[in-house]
Design a protein around this ligand. Sequence first.
Ligand SMILES: Nc1nc2c(ncn2[C@@H]2O[C@H](COP(=O)(O)OP(=O)(O)OP(=O)(O)O)[C@@H](O)[C@H]2O)c(=O)[nH]1
Ligand SMILES: [Mg+2]
Length: 396
Amino acid sequence: MQLQTFQGSSMAEAMARVKSALGADAVILHTRTVQHRRWLGLKRVELYEITAGKGINVRTPVNRSTPERPVPQNRSSPAVSSSSVRSNAQSLMQTPGVQNAALLGLTQEVTLLKSMVKDLVSEVRHTKTPGVPEELFDQYLKLVENLVADELALEITRTLQKQLRPELLADTKLVREKLAEQIEKLIPPAGPIQRTKLVGPHVVALIGPTGVGKTTTIAKLAANLKLREKRKVGLITIDTFRIAAIDQLKKYADILGAPLRIVATPEEMPSVIASMNDCEFILIDTAGRSPNDTMKLNELKRFLELAGPDEVHLVLSTTASESCVNLAMEKFSEVRVDKLIFTKLDEAAQLGVVLNVVRRVNKGLAYITTGQEVPNDIEVGHGKKLARMILGDWTS
Ligand SMILES: Nc1nc2c(ncn2[C@@H]2O[C@H](COP(=O)(O)OP(=O)(O)OP(=O)(O)O)[C@@H](O)[C@H]2O)c(=O)[nH]1
Ligand SMILES: [Mg+2]
């Protein structure tokens, strides 16, 4: 048996060396990565090392009788060679040392494969996105992994490159700070709901797709206005399709001691609002509409036209896919959108979508919600927090 080790800067290169020295039937016993120091020890290089042998012949030990399991006949493969290979493999696997070595080898190979795939992905991205500054490639990847659109991620890293002197690009803390600043700038805050008029209610309507958290957000807003700011708040729902939906809001209205009115047709809207004239704020909850249901969207538009709200907030969930969010954006904009609310940030894995949407529609972010708890899990929308979340630092 002839055992040798071979090294290469990639697995493929090391493998090619094995083949050329030992031939195609060489047996690989072990693979690992080794660190080599070059340039007077200043530069560390990772090498792939393969230990391989030729003419390895593993026999069943003479004194050990292993009951052979009947081997099912396989007509397509030569019977003699397959059974001898099987018995060799069996006896090989029965040696504890070999089993451990095999497992270790496999684990190492999987780790190696993973890192190779990662390198490959990164390499492909490099070639596909030639404009990304080399020193900021990791940051670019981080943004793209968070679903920030490629072109936006490119723009962000390029701006950063222009902002910082080349020697500062290696300062990861500074780079992160500047990145956060840029993301923050991309998300204009709309500010909290504010009543500027002296007489009459400030009317705010929340619209959006089904299940995004409109009713829960209305409850949070109402509770904050009423309990924290001591304002007189009234609630209206036009969600008359489902008894459960009315009950849901009624429960919150009762807890808050706020009047709740149910409006069934757009024509009733002006008189109901007029009847709540003593309220400083009226919050209108609407039924979730599918962005594809043009008829329901038109009906919603009619309700809003007759309500004449001071602000219409489009509520979008950060757990929805980008295509869903984009479609909702497009369709609800035809109804009316003044400000944005993003919900379920506590559940979202990737927040780049928020950046892409805000950037595309150019509307301010009013609130973000971060959980199911009323009234606590809501915050005035601010790019700073989103930047921290996108860059992977939720707690600091
Ligand atoms: N994790 C999480 N869940 C939330 C958040 N906001 C709302 N939810 C949950 O999302 C679900 C739907 O909330 P609703 O307020 O009923 O949503 P909606 O938009 O009024 O739904 P429809 O009226 O059916 O269109 C509920 O289980 C809420 O508790 C949030 O910020 N985070
Ligand atoms: Mg609802």
